[in-house]
Design a protein around this ligand. Structure first.
Ligand code: PHE
Length: 344
C-alpha cells in the first residue's frame, strides 16, 4: 500500500509538472484530491489494515496528499497572479494623455447686447419687466391709441391667432399692462426686453421674429428734457462718453410728440463713414412723450402726471456695434458665427 501511495505521488507530481492551463489544473485537482480520487479510495480502505500498519500508512498518505496539495496551491497562485497581471494591464489608464476639453457655452451676442442695455438702465433705477409674447389686440393696439380701423396698424403687419389675440408686434403693450398693474401709482419706471413678431419676409435687415426693449417713465412733471437726458446718458454708457444724440420729429400713435433718436456715429465720431452712410448719425431709437389718451385709458390722469416712452431694437444695435451685415446670423445658430463673440 505504501508503494501504491508513493507511485501515486510520482504520477501526480509528474502530471502537475506538465500542467498547461487553469482548466487542466482544475481537472488534476479533482482527479487526485476529489472524493472519487485514488487517495480517498486508499484512505477508505485503511480499515482493513492491522493496528500497527494503520498509523504508518496514514502518515504516508497524509504526506502524499500534502505534497500534491502544495504543488497545486503553488501552481494556482501562479495562475491567479498571472490573471491579475493580465487584467491590470488591460485596464491600464494612461494618465499622461491630454484630457478631452469639455465644451463651454457662451452668451449669445444678442443676449450680450440686451444684458449691457439692461445694466445701464438698472443703474438709472429702472426695473426690468417681462410680458407675454402672445398678446391681446387690446394691449398691443387699442390701449396704445390704435383703434381697430387705425391706418397706423398697417405699419406693423401682424400674426393674428384669433380676431382678438396675436403675436405681439412690439414690446409697447407692456406700457398699458404695467400702468394697469400699478393702478395709478407713480413713479412708473421700467424697461421691458423681449421677442416680437411681424409678418415680414426675412432678408438681411428683416426678420419675422426679433427683439425690442421698451422703456416707460411716468411721474409728476416729467418733461421732454427728461427723455433727452435719460437717452443721452444711456447712449454714452453704451457707445462711449463722447456720443451725442439728435432728435428728429416722427410719428407713433401712442406718443405725442414723437421722435426718432439718432446717435453720433461711434465709428467715425460724426465725420461720416460707411457705417453711418456718410451722415455722421445712426438711428437707434423711437421715443416720445406718452400720449394723454394712453395715460387715461390705463388709469392715469394726464392733468396730474406725464411720461416718456422709448423703444429700440437690440439686433440693430448689435449689428452696428459688431459690424454684422445680416440679421439672420442671430437666428441661424451657425457656431462659426457665434463663436466669434464668445470672448468679447
Ligand atoms: N413700439 C414702437 C415700434 O415698434 C417703438 C416705440 C416705443 C416708439 C415706445 C415710441 C415709444 O416701432
Amino acid at each position: 500500500m505504501k508503494e501504491r501511495l508513493e507511485a501515486l505521488k510520482v504520477e501526480a507530481l509528474g502530471e502537475l509538472a506538465a500542467v498547461g492551463s487553469q482548466q487542466e489544473l482544475n481537472e488534476l485537482r479533482i482527479k487526485y484530491l476529489g472524493k472519487k480520487g485514488p487517495l480517498t479510495e486508499i484512505l477508505r480502505g485503511m480499515g482493513a489494515l492491522s493496528a500497527e500498519e494503520r498509523p504508518i500508512i496514514g502518515q504516508v498518505a497524509n504526506e502524499v496528499r500534502a505534497a500534491i496539495e502544495a504543488v497545486i496551491d503553488e501552481k494556482q497562485a501562479a495562475y491567479t497572479a498571472a490573471e491579475t497581471e493580465l487584467r491590470l494591464r488591460a485596464e491600464t489608464i494612461d494618465v499622461t494623455l491630454p484630457g478631452r476639453p469639455a465644451p463651454v457655452g457662451a452668451v449669445h451676442p444678442l443676449n450680450k447686447v440686451i444684458q449691457e442695455i439692461e445694466d445701464v438702465f438698472l443703474g438709472m433705477g429702472f426695473t426690468i419687466e417681462e410680458g407675454p409674447e402672445v398678446e391681446t389686440d387690446y394691449y398691443n393696439f387699442e390701449a396704445l391709441n390704435l383703434p381697430k380701423d387705425h391706418p397706423a396698424r398697417d405699419m406693423q403687419d401682424s400674426f393674428y391667432i384669433t380676431d382678438e389675440i396675436l403675436m405681439r408686434t412690439q414690446t409697447s403693450p407692456m406700457q398699458p399692462r404695467m400702468m394697469e398693474r400699478l393702478k395709478g401709482a407713480v413713479p412708473v419706471k421700467f424697461i421691458s426686453p423681449g421677442k416680437v413678431y411681424r409678418r415680414d419676409d426675412d432678408d438681411a435687415t428683416h426678420s419675422h421674429q426679433f427683439t425690442q426693449i421698451e422703456g416707460l417713465v411716468i411721474d409728476k412733471g416729467i418733461r421732454m428734457s427728461d427723455l433727452k437726458g435719460t437717452l443721452l446718458q444711456f447712449v454714452r454708457e453704451l457707445f462711449g462718453a463722447k456720443t451725442e444724440i439728435r432728435l428728429r420729429p416722427s410719428f407713433f400713435p401712442f406718443t405725442e410728440p414723437s421722435v426718432e433718436v439718432d446717435v453720433s456715429c461711434f465709428m467715425c465720431g460724426g465725420e461720416g463713414c460707411r457705417l453711418c452712410k456718410h451722415t455722421g448719425w445712426i438711428e437707434i431709437l423711437g421715443a416720445g412723450m406718452v400720449h394723454p389718451r394712453v395715460l387715461e385709458m390705463s388709469g392715469y390722469d394726464p392733468e396730474k402726471v406725464s411720461g416718456f416712452a422709448f423703444g429700440m431694437g437690440p439686433e440693430r444695435i448689435a449689428m452696428l456695434k459688431y459690424g454684422v451685415d445680416d440679421i439672420r446670423h442671430f437666428y441661424n445658430n451657425d457656431l462659426r458665427f457665434l463663436r466669434q463673440f464668445a470672448h468679447l
